[in-house]
Design a protein around this ligand. Structure first.
Ligand SMILES: [Ca+2]
Ligand SMILES: [Ca+2]
Ligand SMILES: [Ca+2]
Length: 130
């Protein structure tokens, strides 16, 4: 009996999820596609901020609730979106580029194998690409 009731609840949840997907406008899908969470310290610690659009200069982006800029201060990230996020060491998408694959994480931007070897505390702009 327990198993059967659990199955019924699961089916009900799936039905609701299906309705939500069908009702989602295109702009909601775009928001989901671009969803980069950046953190002040390694291992997703310290303050965090969300980036969901191209941004040519982090100088005016602040850790929420503070006056401290995220510029040159990002040390780890979670890319929860469907698009690759390319972070650049300089403003206006210039300088060294770090490619954060869709649905990927990096707990320590100091040591990287397929990107600039040290990208700790240098990111200054981000552009999302499919
Ligand atoms: Ca900015
Ligand atoms: Ca940092
Ligand atoms: Ca920089």
């Amino acid at each position: 009996m327990k198993f059967r009731s659990g199955t019924a609840v699961g089916a009900a949840v799936l039905g609701i999820a299906g309705l939500l997907v069908a009702a989602s406008p295109a702009d909601a899908q775009a928001r989901a596609a671009r969803w980069l969470l950046v953190y002040e310290h390694d291992d997703f610690k310290g303050r965090s901020a969300q980036l969901s659009a191209n941004d040519s200069n982090f100088i005016n982006n602040y850790w929420p609730g503070s006056g401290a800029s995220i510029n040159d201060n990002i040390s780890s990230f979670r890319n929860q979106g469907d698009q690759r996020a390319v972070m650049y060491s300089d403003a206006n998408y210039t300088g060294a580029a770090y490619s954060a694959l869709a649905h990927s994480v990096d707990s320590d931007l100091t040591h990287n194998s397929h990107n600039p070897s040290n990208f700790d505390n240098v990111a200054s702009s981000v552009r999302f690409v499919i």
